[in-house]
Design a protein around this ligand. Sequence first.
Ligand code: DGL
Length: 259
Amino acid sequence: MSTNPIGIFDSGIGGTSIWKEIHSLLPNENTIYLADSANAPYGLKTKETITQLSVKNTEYLLEQGCKLIVVACNTATTNTISTLRNSYKIPFIGIEPAIKPAALNSKTKAIGILATKGTLTSDLFYTTTSLYAHGLKVIEQVGDGLVELIEMGKLDTEDMRALLKIYLKPMLDADIDYLVLGCTHYPYLIPLFLELLPKHIKIIDSGEAVAKQTKAVLKKNNILNLHRSISKNHFYSNGNPEILKNILGKNCDVQYLNF
Ligand code: DGL
C-alpha cells in the first residue's frame, strides 16, 4: 500500500502548484495528477456540479489504486470535502484559503482574499472567516477570468495585468498588508502580484501547509513510502496537455486522457 500513488486533482493546471510542494517535501512518493481542464473553471459552477466532478475525479484516482487523495482545489475542497470524506475510506487532504495566518499577523487589520466565487460563497469559507478574521476588514474579491487566462497559458499578458489591477484596487484602498491567494491557480501569478503590489504587502498561499499535512496524514496512517526508489509521477489532462507540460517542464510525463 505504501508504494501506491498519491492522487491529486484540480479543475485544471493550478493544482500543480500543490503537486510541486508535495513532490519537493516527499520526493519518493509516486503521484498521479488529474487536470480536469475540460470542465474548468469550477468556480462558477453550482455546489452539486462541483460535487459530481469531484466524485468523478476521485473514482478515477481510486481505480488507479491511490492511497490518499489531495483535493488541490480550494473550490472543490470548500464545497465537497465533507461529502468525499463521508463517501470513501481513504484519507483526503483539502486546501482552503490561508485566512488564519493572515488574520493573526496583520498589523493594519485589513487583509485581502482573492478566490473563486465558489470558494467565497461556500459555508466552509464563511465559518473559517468568522472564526479567525473576526474584527478585521476582509476584502473579498472574486477573480473572475483569471483561471480561464491561466488555463490558456496566458500568464504574463496585458489582459491578465488589466484584471489584476481592477481586483487589487479595493484591497490597496483598504490598506491591506496580507493578500491571501485562495485558488491554486494563483501562485502562478506571483511575479505579477510582486510587480503590482507595494513591497510591504505579504502574499500567502496554502501550498506548503498542504504538503506538510499530506506527510503527517501518510505517517499517521502508516502509508508513507519509505522505499528509496525514484518516484513515478504521471500527469493527465482532459484539456490541452501542452499547457500542463509548459507549466511543469518538458521532462514530465503528461498525457491527454478522456476522463
Ligand atoms: N484551482 C481552483 C481553486 O483552487 C480553480 C477553481 C476554478 O476552476 O474556478 O479554486
